[in-house]
Design a protein around this ligand. Structure first.
Ligand code: FES
Ligand code: FES
Length: 152
């Protein structure tokens, strides 16, 4: 079957496998991280259309007909997405959780370009960071929203 991944039609061989493994192992998109495999940590988060989804919890077949976006598909040419830019300016410690936080921020900003501190707090706490980088996550979501406003 085919999936729409990062703007391209991609042929995949294992539609019944978790989307996480199809993206990583079949398509080589290692920006999708494996953490827990049970839907808890959020580091496997990708976008299905504009919705942040834990890719370990859906099969590839369930993504059919939707636009799948991973970290690799966010930049517009040489221009990073505001959420990528914010994390580049203010990196996390080990960075394992970073793709999930970036994708979650992208989904939040697509719903609300000017999120409240409460929304940012709720989104930041959706994904686990074993290094305790939640302060930086909050700063980065706020900064990403600011970059997006500067660009518009
Ligand atoms: S690997 Fe999917 S939520 Fe942890
Ligand atoms: S920076 Fe290490 S898990 Fe978040």
């Amino acid at each position: 079957m085919e999936l729409d991944v990062n703007g391209a039609r991609r042929q995949i061989a294992h539609p019944d496998e978790p989307l996480l493994w199809v993206l990583r192992d079949e398509l080589g998109l290692n920006g999708v991280r494996y953490g827990c495999g049970i839907g808890v940590c959020g580091c496997c988060t990708v976008l299905l259309d504009a919705e942040a989804v834990r890719s370990c919890q859906v099969s590839a077949a369930q993504a059919a007909g939707r636009a799948v976006t991973t970290l690799e598909g966010l930049a517009d040419g040489e221009t990073l997405h505001p959420a990528q830019q914010a994390y580049l300016e203010n990196p996390l410690q080990c960075g394992w959780c970073l793709p999930g936080h970036v994708m979650t921020a992208v989904a939040l900003l697509s719903r609300d370009a000017d999120p409240t501190p409460e929304q940012i707090e709720a989104e930041a706490s959706r994904n686990l960071c074993r290094c305790g980088g939640y302060g930086a996550v909050r700063e980065n979501v706020t900064r990403a929203a600011s970059i997006a406003r500067e660009r518009s």
